[in-house]
Design a binder for this molecule. Structure first.
Ligand code: SAM
Ligand code: SF4
Length: 335
């Protein structure tokens, strides 16, 4: 990086070095906390950023100090050419950590290639080990394929984090069975507070499973649970259990207790820049890219967006232009 292109900082002095890039809004599951069962209006193909456009943005961001990229969606594996794209990203100077979030339905056959490309870790979404409940939550009967992915990743030595959304009345009985996976397997099982991003335009009622309650549940069953040091910029509070191969995490995604150290940039599949998960996407990067913006103009646009970033998710939500609370589908944001 040259002095003429210093690292990207926001207006609160936070370094911004982690890009979460959604490559599609399409998905082969219908997790009820993320998407309605029917009537989803997918973006037309031409509204999606092309891989070339995404690669260019990653290069511009890498020149400003972004060194970590997570590919997400929608389900990344439903977009053709994903592995080729990942391989290209892995070669961009400055990008030293490539990560992926997937539902695991189409992933198992590609695990060895992910390893070759150098994908450092995979976040696999899995809310239950019970096949009926899986079908109920995702509205598809795909648990066996997801488990194939889990065990394929473990067999290939790729770091795995399991994302478990904790849902009142749906899978709170799965908290302990999911946590038990850490006894034998070197996985990180992360329990995520449910957020209102279900694409239904309505807030869920009765949010009671916040991070404190999840922690109480875990402590009641594992009295020897101990706190681990949290990684810098982490969203998860991490815990260990003596004798277990893996670790536990709790992500206060709705309580938003981690905003103070947020280092993330989100780019949606249609190229909207989000400086916060809860904002409504201030900058239209697709328009800039398709109207001939130079790299320098893109750089300035990123800097301008981060010079007026909300200090936390509550402020970002309050500033939404619609004045409506956040409720779009997470499949358009990427998590
Ligand atoms: N389809 C991929 C998957 O499910 O892993 C990637 C995209 S998905 C939108 C990314 C993450 O967001 C998943 O781990 C999912 O569980 C999480 N997520 C989706 N909707 C959520 C919600 N309403 N509250 C909390 N987490 C949510
Ligand atoms: Fe698809 Fe992931 Fe949303 Fe589930 S959470 S519907 S797998 S995008």
């Amino acid at each position: 990086m040259t002095t003429s292109n210093p690292p990207l900082l926001d207006n609160h002095g936070r370094p911004v070095n982690y890009l979460r890039l959604a490559v599609t809004d399409r998905c082969n599951l219908r997790c009820f906390y993320c998407m309605p069962e029917e009537g989803i209006k997918y973006l037309p193909k031409k509204a999606l950023l092309t891989y070339e456009e995404m690669e260019r943005m990653v290069r511009v961001l890498a020149a400003m100090g972004v060194n970590k990229v997570r590919i997400t969606g929608g389900e990344p594996f439903v977009r053709n050419g994903l592995l080729y794209f990942l391989g290209r990203l892995g070669q961009i100077p400055g990008i030293d950590a490539l990560h992926l979030t997937t539902n695991g339905v189409l992933t198992a056959p590609h695990v060895t290639e992910l390893k070759v490309i150098g994908v450092r870790s995979v976040n696999l979404s899995l809310d239950t080990l019970d096949r009926d409940r899986f079908r109920h939550i995702t509205r598809r009967d795909e648990l066996p394929k997801v488990l194939d992915t889990l065990f394929g990743l473990l067999a290939n030595g790729i770091e795995v984090k399991l994302n478990v959304v904790v849902m009142e009345g749906k899978n709170t009985g799965d908290i302990l069975p999911m946590a038990e996976l850490t006894r034998q397997y070197p996985v990180s099982v992360r329990f995520i507070e449910e957020m209102p991003f279900n694409g239904e335009g309505n807030r869920f009622a009765g949010f009671t499973w916040n991070y404190r309650r999840i922690l109480e549940e875990l402590k009641a069953h594992y009295p020897a649970l101990y706190k681990l040091a949290d990684e810098p910029n982490a969203t998860a509070y991490e815990y260990g259990i003596p004798g277990h191969a893996g670790r536990l995490g709790i992500i206060a995604a709705f309580s938003r207790s981690f905003c103070g150290t947020c280092n993330r940039i989100r780019i949606t599949a249609q190229g909207l820049l989000k400086t916060c998960l809860y904002d409504d996407g201030g900058l239209d990067l697709r328009k800039l890219l398709r109207t001939g913006a130079t790299d320098e103009q893109l750089t300035l646009a990123f800097r301008a967006a981060f010079s007026r970033r909300a200090k936390d998710g509550f402020e970002a939500e309050a500033r939404r232009s619609s004045h409506q609370p956040a409720s779009e589908s997470m499949s358009t944001i990427g998590g």
